[in-house]
Write a protein that binds this ligand. Structure first.
Ligand code: SF4
Length: 233
């Protein structure tokens, strides 16, 4: 578990370095993306619990969770399931997009994230080149969207041995109340990466990022088998 948490931190760090090349318009106080529909893995949920227990604020977290209804938002398939269906040329029903709750995230306080250092990858991947408004949607470079999908697949992969994927609130609820996540209708089993859905011109960017992940993780004394397996996909 500790090994995977370290790898997850490395994934977050490498993504943050890569994303810094874009002149994103996002800034503190702009919280349109912060809803209860953010999804994440159970490993990311563990990191959020670590964040609260390091600060002795577990009770604060439990109070927040007590005010939410898990399952109001739900994914029907995970990103890796979607990729697998594409590789098998299977139709993915539009219902697979799930149903979503766009009420503000419980961690949003004064229009800022109160768990910024521990926020999951879904939140880290928010970004827009223009300031979003009611009439103007976010804009992203196509390679930004591709890298977001690849990193989401890797984050899911890190939980694929025995972990889950769902909305942030559903995962945190299950962890807090020690529920069997696999028995929850609105929680999905995390899947391994079946391959990446890339255009040929995007392969060198993603290959370079995976190699950097491997180098960084090796420098930390970790084994890089997991990344080597992904590089071989
Ligand atoms: S965890 Fe933080 S960044 Fe993510 S949706 Fe909630 S307030 Fe926004």
């Amino acid at each position: 578990m500790q090994h995977k948490k370290q790898l997850l931190h490395t994934v977050y760090r490498e993504y943050s370095t890569w994303i810094s090349r874009f002149p994103l318009a996002c800034q503190k106080g702009c919280a349109a993306c912060c809803t209860q529909s953010v999804t994440m893995s159970s490993l990311e949920g563990e990191l959020i619990f670590d964040f609260f227990s390091a600060q002795g604020r577990e009770k604060w977290l439990l109070d927040k969770l007590a005010r939410t209804v898990p399952g109001k938002s739900r994914s029907i398939i995970t990103t890796n399931q979607f990729a697998e269906a594409c590789f098998k040329h299977q139709e993915v029903d539009s219902d697979a997009l799930g149903c979503w709750d766009f009420t503000p995230c419980v961690f949003l306080e004064d229009e800022a994230c109160s768990i910024y250092e521990a926020r999951p990858f879904g939140c880290r991947s928010f970004g827009s080149l223009v300031r979003c408004t009611a009439g103007r949607a976010a804009e992203m470079a196509p390679i930004h969207l591709t890298v977001n999908t690849v990193f989401t697949q890797i984050v899911e992969h890190l939980s694929s041995e025995d972990g889950c994927w769902s909305t942030m609130m559903s995962i945190l609820h299950s962890l807090a109340y020690k529920e069997d996540m696999m028995k929850k209708q609105h929680v999905l089993k995390a899947r391994p990466v079946p391959g990446f859905l890339l255009e040929p011109r995007e392969m060198h960017v993603v290959g370079g990022l995976l190699k950097k992940l491997r180098e960084q993780f090796s420098d930390m004394g970790g084994t890089s088998d997991l990344i080597d397996n992904l590089l071989a996909i």
